[in-house]
Design a protein around this ligand. Sequence first.
Ligand code: AMP
Length: 133
Amino acid sequence: MSACIFCKIIKGEIPCFKLIETDKTIAFLDINPLSRGHALVIPKFHGEKLLDIPDEHLTDILPIVKKVAKAVGTDNYNILQNNGRLAHQEVDHVHFHMIPKPNQAEGLGVGWPQQKTDMDQLKVLFEDLKSRI
Ligand code: AMP
């Protein structure tokens, strides 16, 4: 039996406040919300990080994120998907957060440590990445 808490939610072995379900995806309320309406949208396919999830499962997710945001009726919100401990991932089953940002205090707090652009270095990086896609 899988120890994954989100797989248990998918199988109905532990409860959740389920908002939407399709054959590939479910959406439910986060139990420790950053703001009212904070919800999670997850693939039923178990994978730890984004690259582990087949495209056909990923394409089902974004329209559901959109439906949840519409239902919550929030003008300001963040869509967040963390990969790896350093990037604040706690549950090792891919999940997309829909986090309403009703005011400065509630919702997601984001650091945005922008670095100075060096166009030559950026071009080298660009050429390298382009050759890998
Ligand atoms: P992350 O840090 O991106 O891995 O976020 C994991 C999220 O899952 C957190 O916001 C938790 O509050 C949420 N969470 C953990 N367990 C449950 C659960 N049983 N039901 C709903 N949300 C959960």
